[in-house]
Design a binder for this molecule. Sequence first.
Ligand code: NAD
Ligand code: 13P
Length: 351
Amino acid sequence: AGKHRVAVIGSGNWGSVASRLLASNTAKLPSFHDEVRMWVFEETLPTGEKLSESINQAHENCKYLPGIKLGTNVIADPDLESAVKDADMLVFVTPHQFVEGICKKLVGKLRPGVEAISLIKGMEVKMEGPCMISKLITDTLGINCCVLMGANIANEIAVEKFSEATIGYREDKEAANRWAKLFTTPYFLVAIVEDIEGVELCGTLKNVVAIAAGLVDGLDMGNNTKAAIMRIGLREMRAFSKLLFPSVRDNTFFESCGVADLITTCLGGRNRRVAEAFARNGGKRSFDELEAEMLHGQKLQGVSTAREVYEVLTYHGWQELFPLLSTVHEICIGQLPPTSIVEYRLAEGQS
Ligand code: NAD
Ligand code: 13P
């Protein structure tokens, strides 16, 4: 077989860091072409320059990852079709709200036999129920799609601080191992788990718990409260995942994608930071406004995920079983004040 060609769809904060990490490996591993194509959602910088041109000139994403060299073998491409046309390994890493539109544009444009992996934390809710992003990719494009989730705050991985990640796969262990080989570095250890829904739901749901953790930070509630929120959140994450997909395994919650990602995001993530500001403002300034002001184009996933989870909960009449997940959404839309995050009772029979 010929050498594999890698394309990355997305170039935000994690997209840029993932491209850098992958390019350091493709340059070394003989079974991969050196070049990593990175699709850039084009924008014009305040200097008048195009973001993609600036990346190719400076080998740096000055908007979403300033100060970090990506490697000369990362090539930014603003044209989606051209970015993927030669690739047989596709890495999806955009905010989850944009994936459906991107996949529609890719129909009929991919090489036969192409494989995908999704680093995206989120879900779509359709008439027929919730649809995980990897499934959306598989269903729209007819390709196999693994997921990679973990305690991976991008800015820390950009400077090569040690961390771990989990690849979730369905049946095709060989594909999962190929992805693990491509992502593993001495500072980034990857485990594979045959529980794609469990891994993806961990990464997705912890963003809602991180909003709750940020709220308690903004209310100056202290460490015990934050630990309680994380424990209750993890419990609800597991219960929700198992109700939707009975095949989800308990052990998955002990992998990097589970408890470790929950902890790091509740301590140092963007969802936490913006939720803290929301609570400090007494809920008077919206998440959208704070996101735009504080994140300079980077996107939160927790607020929209809370809404999507809430839609699923109301559809099934499950709200009472998930007081934390439900309350986060009601606070985000201003129906409840931020202080409500600690004002609920556990439902009977729950611990
Ligand atoms: P980001 O939030 O830093 O940046 C937003 C990106 O969205 C930018 O690349 C922007 O160009 C792009 N964009 C804006 N409008 C668009 C449109 N209409 N269509 C397509 N793209 C558009 O992005 P990120 O941090 O790379 O996040 C991508 C995914 O990775 C998310 O699901 C996130 O939860 C996940 N993730 C992020 C981190 C992290 O630390 N940043 C870590 C792990 C996972
Ligand atoms: P935030 O989007 O809250 O920064 O979380 C990043 C993340 O997913 C870390 O694994």
